[in-house]
Design a protein around this ligand. Structure first.
Ligand code: HEM
Ligand code: HEM
Length: 215
């Protein structure tokens, strides 16, 4: 079979993906430490002060996470066809059909695998939900970091009321990202094994492969 190589993801989307992944790894590791420091109190009281280092790394990674989310917001509106929101928002007949076809395929009761170039709609909808939760996570984070700043105090206060609740939701959302990552990695491997489009390499190179014509 001859395959055609098609550019699907632009460089900004790929940079966003890997910045998001790396920042989340750092945020989860340091977040666990902030929640429950695993060094002993004597070390915390010393000049080494690991909590300060962990918080510093958390905030640096938090800024990278925020930058990645802003890039994705730009791409949802101005990216290429596969990157724009309307390609996977489940409101058009084409997208709703794809959503059900994917659910059936994942449940092994249908084999009508999508022929589209971009995300299947089940994945795309989950990515949109993840995007909204990422916005909530970063607002909670900046509300915790700058409670005295009028902007964050207003927004954080309106969404979470108190700092304690913001911190609790910030913690719960960490578990959403962890579970998302687990299911996501499972599903991209599952899809890569079942189809020959080269899904996993596409998030590195930007290219997918579709059956083409012999010229
Ligand atoms: C996926 C992204 C993120 C994850 C998984 C995460 C995780 C965590 C966790 C687990 C904690 C400890 C809270 C607790 O349970 O006691 C924490 C605290 C905190 N995070 Fe995040 N975080 C993320 C993004 C951010 C962002 C974008 C910011 C903004 C700069 C931020 C700022 C903070 C602040 C200020 C604290 C409180 C630190 C303290 O109390 O000393 N986080 N984060
Ligand atoms: C190292 C393991 C990973 C690999 C190989 C991988 C691979 C991929 C691939 C192939 C896609 C496109 C899938 C599609 O078309 O539906 C994708 C999208 C995505 N991945 Fe990952 N991923 C990994 C880890 C993660 C992690 C840890 C996160 C976050 C917790 C993440 C978040 C996302 C998001 C949000 C998208 C959607 C991109 C968009 O907004 O358009 N990925 N990933």
């Amino acid at each position: 079979m001859v395959y055609e190589k098609i550019k699907v993801w632009g460089v900004l989307l790929r940079l966003y993906h890997w910045t998001l992944v790396l920042s989340i790894v750092a945020l989860v590791a340091t977040g666990f430490y902030i929640n429950n420091p695993w060094t002993n109190t004597t070390l915390e009281g010393s000049v080494a002060w690991p909590m300060a280092t962990m918080r510093y790394i958390h905030f640096l990674a938090g800024y990278c996470f925020t930058a990645a989310i802003l890039v994705r917001l730009f791409l949802l509106l101005f990216g290429n066809r596969q990157e724009r929101i309307m390609d996977f928002l489940p409101i058009t007949p084409r997208n709703i059909k794809n959503l059900f076809a994917t659910v059936k395929c994942y449940l092994y009761i249908g084999n009508e695998h999508d022929e589209r170039l971009g995300h299947n709609v089940l994945a795309g909808t989950t990515y949109l939900l993840t995007f909204v939760l990422a916005l909530l996570q970063l607002v909670a984070g900046f509300f915790l970091l700058f409670p005295e700043a009028v902007f964050w105090q207003g927004l954080g206060g309106a969404l979470f009321e108190t700092q304690q609740q913001a911190r609790f939701i910030h913690h719960l959302l960490m578990w959403y990202f962890l579970i998302f990552a687990l299911v996501h990695i499972y599903l991209v491997i599952w899809n890569d094994l079942r189809s020959s489009e080269g899904l996993i390499s596409s998030i590195f190179t930007g290219n997918k492969f579709k059956p083409g014509k012999v010229s």
